[in-house]
Design a protein around this ligand. Structure first.
Ligand SMILES: O=P(O)(O)O[C@H]1O[C@H](CO)[C@@H](O)[C@H]1O
Ligand SMILES: O=c1cc[nH]c(=O)[nH]1
Length: 235
């Protein structure tokens, strides 16, 4: 066991899908994995391992925000030998032409988190980026499926309920597609461990238009993203 994951050595696959919502992890495991077994219920942050198209894959919840996500990413990479992590999250759109249920691949993550400033001694602003090979595979797999995958930068925010009304408009002007809360940490820690990481996001809210999906849909209805993530991670 690591501090926050209750798996024995060998119970977690080298390939891990990582939603923020642990109940989305359960849904993905029950819907797509054969012989799925739950390896951790610590803090109800469920983790499962099973087979997808004959290949071992795990699904591990990360919780919300970079402090929580960093704990699970670090322990998976440092203590369980994980090589690839694919975040499958939800996000709020800040672009007019990016609507509910559209799927995004995050090429890089801008952030207001202080975690990386601390990591780099308050001296450089590190640029967290996706693994190019995984991103290229995701783009190819999306094309095979006829899925219009939108590739671009995202904002990994510390606060869900921020208090800077002009910030998202400004980020949108600089090409940022949507807002979520984990990718800058995931990409940074993966780089540190020479592991591969990619974030796929389904738009669950439109921040400009004020529309949003209910919680049950965020938990159980992201099939296009889950299937693309699984096909990409086993390729
Ligand atoms: O749906 P998940 O993967 O949790 O992702 C998004 O949803 C949560 C906020 O509602 C944050 O974790 C954000 O990144
Ligand atoms: O972090 C997130 C996730 C979904 N929607 C948002 O507005 N923010």
């Amino acid at each position: 066991m690591s501090t926050h994951i209750g798996a024995k050595p060998g119970e977690i696959a080298e390939r891990v899908l990582m939603p923020g919502d642990p109940l989305r992890a359960k849904w993905i495991a029950e819907t797509y994995l054969e012989d799925a077994k739950c390896y951790s219920t610590v803090r109800n942050m469920f983790g499962f391992t099973g087979k997808y198209k004959g290949i071992d894959v795990s699904v591990q919840g990360s919780g919300m925000g970079m402090p929580s996500c960093s704990i699970y990413v670090h322990e998976l990479l440092a203590e369980y030998g994980v090589k690839t992590i694919m975040r499958v999250g939800s996000a709020g759109s800040i672009q007019e032409d990016l609507g509910l249920r559209d799927v995004v691949a995050a090429i890089g993550a801008t952030t207001d988190s202080a975690m990386n400033r601390q990591r780099f001694d308050n001296f450089v602003d590190y640029a967290p980026v996706a693994d190019f090979g995984l991103l290229r595979t995701a783009v190819d797999k999306a094309a095979e499926r006829g899925l219009a995958l939108r590739v671009g930068p995202v904002m990994a925010a510390d606060a869900f309920y921020g208090d800077q009304p002009d910030l998202y408009g400004k980020l949108a002007n600089y090409g940022v597609l949507c807002v979520e809360m984990e990718t800058a940490a995931l990409y940074t820690i993966a780089a540190r461990f020479k592991a591969k990481a990619l974030t796929l996001l389904t738009i669950s809210d439109h921040i400009l238009q004020g529309t949003a999906m209910p919680a049950e849909d965020r938990e159980r209805s992201f099939s296009q993203m889950a299937e693309l993530g699984l096909d990409t991670i086993i390729a």
